[in-house]
Design a binder for this molecule. Structure first.
Ligand SMILES: Cc1ncc(COP(=O)(O)O)c(C=O)c1O
Length: 382
């Protein structure tokens, strides 16, 4: 059986004619940087997400960096983020000389735990950066309330959750600013690197636009120190074709998640992803938790799947506070014990999740999981 974590080829073939025509049009126009394609995509995405401003940038890491720069985050400032995320969330802050302060997670959602947030705030804190991990919206209301009380910015790292909603609102437009990644495997992915910044704040939007374009609005009239970070027109064309399908893609992911949930129902020691009643999960990943009581645990199950040619991934095996860059002091970071973060890193296992995944493929994957969890001793790896 042809199983993959993501099936970009299958997805491309299903829209080949439309995609090829869109790319051909940009090639013929030779307007590769800025130009109408990028502007159209930014408008269409803002409309889709129900927000005011979208700024295309070169990738999701730059999106965070440009947002932090525009908010004036710099040396010595503290930025509170979860440690159970991709490095980029904290890296963008560290690059600017800011200090990531790691907050533990809610074990149900894998997202920043608002109950642990306030104790981490100091006079140096500038921003809170919740991550909507795996496509699951973070619990935004208490985060916004704490931020409001302390005069802090909220930057949503929405790289994994385009299309998700929290209490009816699209994530990424709930805080002061939100960021997106269009890395090819993301729910809305392009054919290279790409990213975007989202905000309803007009002044902030203009400042971010300035920073992302060498600090200049007019050519040879640079006003501030900026960066070169633009979404290019070919990627914008890809994204416009895919944006028309994003609802269908999200529904396909959610339907696949429902099928997995049913297949794994009642297996002792195995927890399927939590469905927060306040949010619409868009399943960038379908991530199981394997309890340590399951003999062999998560790593035993991973080895069993590997031996059977079933793709899987551990997002994230090493939480940020244990990475050499922060734990070894190459970049400063502040954190206390993060027991839920460590527990999640030891127990999570993500299965294939994409828009082309079939019920038959999922039944095959689930059979292998069942065989291991019910009878781990007989299923030695290899
Ligand atoms: C949570 C999170 N933040 C930031 C990024 C960075 O995005 P990019 O790879 O486009 O720079 C990613 C993805 O790669 C991500 O998953």
């Amino acid at each position: 059986m042809n199983l993959q974590m993501v099936d970009l080829r299958g997805q491309y073939l299903a829209m080949k004619d439309e995609m090829d025509a869109a790319l051909q049009e940009v090639l013929a126009s030779t307007q590769f940087i800025n130009g109408p394609e990028v502007g159209k995509f930014e408008c269409e995405l803002a409309g889709y997400l129900g927000g005011s401003y979208v700024l295309g940038v070169a990738n999701g890491t730059d999106a965070l960096q440009v947002a932090f720069m525009a908010l004036g985050i710099g040396p010595g400032d503290e930025v509170i983020t979860p440690a159970f995320t991709f490095i980029a969330t904290a890296e963008a802050a560290a690059l600017l000389g800011a200090v990531p302060v790691f907050c533990d997670i809610d074990p149900k959602t894998f997202n920043l735990d608002p109950n642990r947030l306030e104790a981490l705030i100091t006079p140096k804190t500038k921003a809170i950066v919740p991550v909507h991990l795996f496509g699951q919206p973070a619990d935004m209301d208490p985060i916004l309330e704490i931020a409001r009380r302390h005069g802090l910015y909220v930057v949503e790292d929405n790289a994994q959750a385009v299309g998700a909603t929290y209490k009816g609102r699209h994530t990424g437009f709930i805080g002061h600013v939100g960021t997106l990644s269009f890395f090819p495997s993301k729910n809305l992915g392009c054919y290279g690197d790409g990213g975007a910044i989202l905000t309803n704040d007009e002044a902030l939007y203009h400042r971010m636009r300035l920073i992302a374009n060498h600090g200049s609005q007019r050519k040879y009239h640079n006003e501030v120190v900026g960066v070169n970070s633009r979404l290019d027109a070919l990627q914008a064309a890809v994204l416009r074709v895919k944006l028309r399908r994003l609802d269908a893609y999200t529904e396909a992911r959610r339907a696949a998640a429902d099928r997995y949930d049913a297949l794994f129902d009642g297996i002792p020691g195995l927890a399927v992803p939590y469905r927060d009643p306040n949010g619409r999960h868009v399943f960038h990943q379908y991530t199981l938790r394997v309890a340590p009581e399951v003999p062999g645990g998560r790593d035993g199950l991973a080895a069993h799947l590997k031996a059977r040619g079933i793709p899987h991934a551990i997002y994230y095996p090493v939480p940020l506070h244990r990475l050499p860059v922060f734990a070894g002091g190459a970049a400063p970071a502040r954190y206390d014990d993060l027991p839920e973060t460590d527990r999640a890193a030891a127990e999570v296992l993500s299965l294939p999740m994409h828009t082309e995944l079939t019920a038959e493929q999922q039944a095959y994957i689930a059979d292998a999981v069942h065989a291991y969890v019910r009878n781990p001793k007989e299923k030695s790896p290899g």
